[in-house]
Design a protein around this ligand. Structure first.
Ligand code: SAH
Length: 214
């Protein structure tokens, strides 16, 4: 059972205020962050780090994204209720939980089996409807495409071709694009079958997107 006490809620309220003060305006996202117990997605011995606005190591050498970054990517991708969303890089499962809380139908893909399993266990306990896949995000999920939104939460050198194809016309893809230690948050709006409008939104650092299963 996941414990969510007054103390956790108090810490979470402070975190949400911090994220808001850094520029996140969408109240739906702030409400979702207030609702989802981030500490459930981290080892219980790191409780005091769960509600700091920082990325933090999870297992298998990966990280749970910084709360501000989760909120920023979520705001950029402009989720509407009932939309079909593909997340690449399940990691802890926290970002997927925020997307689901916003009313999206979330499909999330992870290349490391241990993370894929752990995230599912937490989501099951939280009663979530997110669908989990073990696979290579570079390939996307062709049998479930097209998606209204695609969110990549690992650093890629370029937007993967298969993912561009799996986006609906009018859809939005958001990804940190760049080299290993420096990426530019990139928003890509698919305006027709082969035209993408690209805009950039500041610098971030994510763990790398790697090919194939671990
Ligand atoms: N969204 C996550 C943060 C993930 S960190 C969260 O909320 O916690 C990035 C994740 O992407 C890591 O777990 C990493 O294993 C995964 N990843 C990297 N390359 C991938 C690929 N090609 N396909 C699927 N997942 C990938």
């Amino acid at each position: 059972m996941i414990e969510d006490s007054f103390m956790h809620k108090g810490l979470r309220r402070k975190l949400v205020e911090q994220v808001k003060s850094k520029g996140i305006k969408d109240q739906r996202i702030l409400d979702a962050m207030m609702k989802i117990p981030r500490h459930a997605f981290m080892d219980s011995s790191f409780l005091k780090f769960a509600y700091q606005d920082q990325a933090f190591p999870i297992s298998s050498g990966q990280t749970i994204s910084q709360p501000f970054t989760v909120a920023f990517q979520t705001e950029l991708i402009d989720i509407q209720i009932h939309q079909k969303v593909l997340e690449v890089g399940t990691g802890s499962g926290y970002q997927a939980a925020i997307l689901a809380e916003l009313g999206a139908r979330v499909f999330t893909i992870e290349r490391i089996r241990k993370l894929y399993q752990e995230a599912q266990t937490i989501h099951r306990e939280l009663g979530s409807q997110v669908k989990f896949f073990l696979g290579d995000g570079y390939q996307g999920l062709p049998s479930f495409a097209p998606f209204d939104r695609i969110l990549i939460t690992a650093a890629a050198h370029a937007i993967p071709e298969a993912l561009k194809q799996q986006l609906v016309v009018g859809g939005i893809l958001v990804a940190p694009i760049g080299e290993r230690d420096f990426q530019v948050m990139t928003k890509c709006v698919k305006t027709s079958m082969d035209i993408f409008e690209i805009s950039t939104h500041g610098n971030f650092v994510f763990v790398p997107m790697k090919e194939g299963l671990e």
